[in-house]
Design a protein around this ligand. Sequence first.
Ligand code: ADP
Length: 543
Amino acid sequence: MRGLMQDWPLLCHKIIDHAALNHGGRAVVSRSVEGPIHRTTYRELHGRALKVAQRLDRDGIRLGDRVATLAWNTWRHVEAWYGIMGIGAICHTVNPRLFPEQIAWIINHAGDRVLMLDLTFVPLVEKIAAQLPGIERYIVLTDAAHMPATSLNNAVAYESWLAEADGDFAWREFDENTAAGMCYTSGTTGNPKGVVYSHRSNVLHALITNTPDTFGSSARDVVLPVVPMFHANGWGLVFNAPMSGAKLVLPGARLDGASVYELMAAEKVSFTAGVPTVWLMLLQHLEATGAMLPDLKRMIIGGAAAPRSMIETYEDKYGVEVRHSWGMTEMSPLGTVCTLTADHDGLAADQRLDVKTSQGRTPFMVEMEITDDEGRVLPRDGATFGRLKVRGPAVSSSYFRDAADVLDGDGHFDTGDVATIDAGGYMRITDRSKDVIKSGGEWISTIALENLAVGHPQVAEAAVIGIKHPKWDERPLLIVVPKPGQVPTREDILGFMTGRVAKWWMPDDVVFVDEIPHTATGKIKKTALRDIFRDHVLPAGGG
Ligand code: ADP
């Protein structure tokens, strides 16, 4: 017997319909790319998103067509996001931090027909436009007054283009499994891979992330997605906030500590999310100015491991509940979030912090396991580590225009991460499988060493890579960026780490640099570091 409930398709535009109707007056505040702070509401944003849909439809964009954006988080980008999806076209958020050749490759691979871009990126796109034969029109996300003279084919200012629509338009109806968004993984090895989200997966993901032990935003929250919309589906926040009716604050192009702090203070941000590098910049700003964060209640740190000292400082000094989170582009992206349960109430502060450094537990609709190389499921004992695999309705089943089967026999996706899971379901990433250091047949976690090193008061950032070793195969090299004005020594740092990790995990050497290279999504670029230090000679006697 079938259930007798209505067939109500899970479509992304229903989220902005809901926000406009039930939270219509709630503010959407952006730092515009042109400079000034811009204010609108969900009601207005909904009306303009409908105009985007109508205008794209008039330009001949149809179900299944790809429309790319190369843009920061602003209200215009959110309007475009919903407008594109609302006619069954696919919003392809391109990461502008990639190399120009990679951007061109991705746009061509995706088969994008229209490119919407911020003013910031006009010079960049002019340089690669000759390599983009499929783009029929460039829409610059600005008004006529700010529209630059440009060589881009068929270029138009977004506001002029939008003004040609009257908004008398209805969203298209289609199946909930229709593609809605597209995001390429940065492809640290090989070409980038296209992840394709569906309307259904995005709506389910927004419901998942609105539960109390995940992001848990409510209509009382003020949400600041520092994570850009072009990074891993924007962590779903552009769906999550309007679904719950939270006020939305968008940081535009300025993600430095001072600018992010200024928005947080002015708009009374209560919930925010971003990668460790942006939270490091914010901490440096707070430390330099003595400013506090009285309104900020919860902060997601994800995309790379959150150092223990960072979690501790935000929690103890600034009174912010840090939720360490793990996910990936292929998971829409949420995999796990670390929140404590009543079982942890009796723990000492240090032990609670131990738990908080783990990547946390899966919400409902994410299934996770660790296996050995033969695919045998390993125990949840907090000590055994293995390949981390996941399953769920918002997890990729394959990549765009790629015939390879990415799922194992029972439908799990291999994340490429190595992890432990404990009896309470708390997962701890040991490393990415390609970064883990193999020393004397055993594994050393580079993440654990990095997190320990940044706990040293003179260290701003740290990275660990494996250096070839004749006896042990590989040994760890610690690369350190000192805090401004500090001059720590090799001995200081090794002395600080001694006794806090197994002796054979201790780095064989420490080097100091001004800067550590990062990937387009803010992660430490280990491949580049391995190239730079390929010929580094470790001092004798290591291991
Ligand atoms: P890209 O590879 O393009 O940067 P993703 O953001 O999808 O894209 O990267 C996902 C990977 O980031 C994960 O597989 C994992 O290795 C790493 N990662 C994400 N969150 C964390 C975390 N909290 N701790 C450690 N690693 C993390």
